[in-house]
Design a protein around this ligand. Structure first.
Ligand code: ACO
Length: 385
């Protein structure tokens, strides 16, 4: 019997590819997209430019950005049959399930789904960047019983998303919050959902199938679904004065506190710092009772968690912790947080899929078999419990 190998559960500590898209420095809490610091991109850039940067590896010239934006603006429409499915499903299903289903439908409007022409595949990703946020907005609106709103080509990506969701052109401050969240969520190296999309891509399945693997994987509360779960926890806490009791009881009961901890960051997630900063600014600019209370709960939970687990176990707030209160300040409901994450992360997934295909190798890890061998087959009538 060969010696049992070391098993890296959850692929912890295992390198699976080379990439020049994104660097996460988990020990120092730093993040770069294509070499640019996340703080600079959050402050000076916008989602369209960041998507271009991720896809093409460099910041666009003014002319290239305009051409890229033009492509995005002209592809935001939703096919009628897809809209009909959203109308049928939205009121009874979780938006992530509807989004996964209708993203899958988009492949049926493409007659070259399985192409190996990388220019065509790149174009499909641009189409998905344009359409996923339209789909998310349509799902969010229709599930509330409102009419679908057509995209508006005059608006930029973040403005159009809010317009299609809320039915009115957003002010600059609301626009910036959505644009910021789109930038911060756009990419994060080969994490669970990117890896899932690469596993599918590595079989030479198509762009849509690969992206759907990413969507399915992002849904889980240990990954992208943590933003919705974190806000729901804050609602369950209810009042700021309940925070410490709630968190301590949850920890005693060995529960995870959503929005804390990360496989790579063992210090404060740099994106969480940016979200927290915007949330504090936002509250001064547009104070509401709900967001004020959520921020108080969040800050008290953060303080306690850092005291309890920050320095001892390296468990700090991640991007999903302060995201919920910030989204609430733009009147977005919890069930739409992860679909918004998808609408942004498509740029990262797409960039990774194209990069991986340049040097494709089928993913096929090994497992250590723990079961029996060579058992005797017993006919069913002779079997006992
Ligand atoms: N709350 C309480 N304890 C925690 C938390 C948490 N959020 N996260 C980790 N721990 C504890 C674990 O219980 C474990 O304790 P033990 O050593 O006493 O058994 C220890 O820290 C290590 O936990 P692991 O699960 O082994 O660490 P891993 O690196 O696999 O976990 C993960 C990372 C899954 C993100 C984890 O921190 C977690 O569950 N967080 C909550 C969910 C969350 O916020 N996910 C979003 C991450 S960001 C993103 O994906 C966009």
């Amino acid at each position: 019997m060969p010696e049992k190998p070391v098993i890296n559960w959850g692929l912890e500590g295992v390198y699976v590819n080379e990439s020049s898209i994104c660097k996460v420095d988990g020990q120092n809490g730093k993040l770069w997209y294509r070499g640019y610091k996340i703080e600079d991109l959050a402050k000076y850039s916008n989602f369209e430019e960041v998507s271009y940067l991720l896809l093409y590896g460099k910041l666009p010239t003014k002319e290239n950005l305009e051409k890229f934006q033009e492509k995005l603006r002209s592809r935001r429409d939703i096919p009628d049959e897809v809209l009909a499915v959203i109308k049928t499903m939205s009121k009874r299903a979780h938006p992530m399930d509807v989004l996964r289903t209708v993203t899958s439908m988009l492949s049926m409007y493409d007659n070259q789904v399985m192409t190996r022409d990388m220019a065509l595949n790149e174009d499909k990703i641009i189409t998905l960047i344009a359409k996923l946020s339209s789909l998310t907005a349509a799902i969010g609106r229709i599930r509330k019983g409102y009419d679908y709103i057509e995209p508006d080509e005059k608006l930029d990506h973040a403005q159009n998303f809010l317009y299609m969701l809320h039915g009115k052109k957003p002010n600059d401050s609301d626009r910036k919050i959505i644009d910021l969240m789109f930038i911060l969520h756009a990419e994060h190296s080969t994490n669970a959902s990117t890896f899932a999309s690469l596993v599918t891509a590595s079989t030479l399945a198509d762009v849509y199938s690969s992206v759907i693997s990413g969507i399915s994987t992002l849904k889980g509360p240990l990954h992208g679904g943590a933003d919705e779960a974190a806000l729901k926890m804050m609602y369950a806490i209810g009042e700021p004065d309940n925070t410490e009791k709630y968190i301590l009881e949850a920890l005693d009961g060995k529960q995870r506190i959503m929005g804390f901890g990360h496989r790579v960051y063992k210090v404060y997630d740099p994106r969480a710092k940016i979200v927290r900063e915007y949330l504090e600014k936002r509250l001064q600019e547009k104070p509401t009772e709900e967001v004020r209370k959520l921020l108080q709960i969040a800050l008290r939970a953060e303080k306690l968690m850092i005291e309890k687990l920050g320095n001892t176990k390296g468990i700090w707030p991640n991007i999903d912790f302060f995201a919920g209160p910030l989204y609430r300040s733009v009147d977005i409901e919890a069930e739409l947080f992860t679909p918004i994450f998808v609408s942004s992360r498509i740029s990262g997934w797409g960039s990774h899929i194209l990069e991986y295909w340049q040097n494709n190798k089928l993913f096929r890890p090994l497992e250590w078999y723990m079961g029996k061998l060579d058992l005797q087959y017993i006919p069913i009538e002779k079997r006992t419990e």
